[in-house]
Design a protein around this ligand. Sequence first.
Ligand code: HEC
Length: 115
Amino acid sequence: MVKTAVCGVFAALLATQVLAQGAVPTPERSAQLVRMVRQDCGSCHGMRLTGGLGPALTRQALAAKPPEYLAAIITHGIPGTPMPPWSAMLNSDETLWIAQQLVNGFPEESKNHAP
Ligand code: HEC
């Protein structure tokens, strides 16, 4: 009985947090997104995201940039530069999630479990 109540409170807290941040991708999808960023974005931004053709996307480099701003760039690209739009590949929740991960220091790819 007590255990059920505690679980309920925890679920409610979790739901509130998800709403505040936008939907969080499933662990399977997050792992795919991490892989995609490391490989596809990494081909221009560097395999360590420390910069290449495109600028560094490290936590330090993006410290002053709000995730919403980065998400807009990822969605629309930067016209007139090699930065392509990703709106065909990513929905808005996924894009914002990626932007938030970049600002916090992007997770490494994991083969065994979701990051
Ligand atoms: C074909 C090469 C290429 C690919 C692939 C690419 N980018 Fe870029 N990106 C660039 C370039 C070049 C710029 C800088 C454009 C400029 O302002 O001159 C840029 C800029 C950005 C910026 C702005 C950085 C800042 O400091 O304002 C973000 C964020 C970004 N890219 C994220 C991504 C993400 C996330 C992906 C993968 C989903 C990605 N890029 C894939 C080339 C690329």
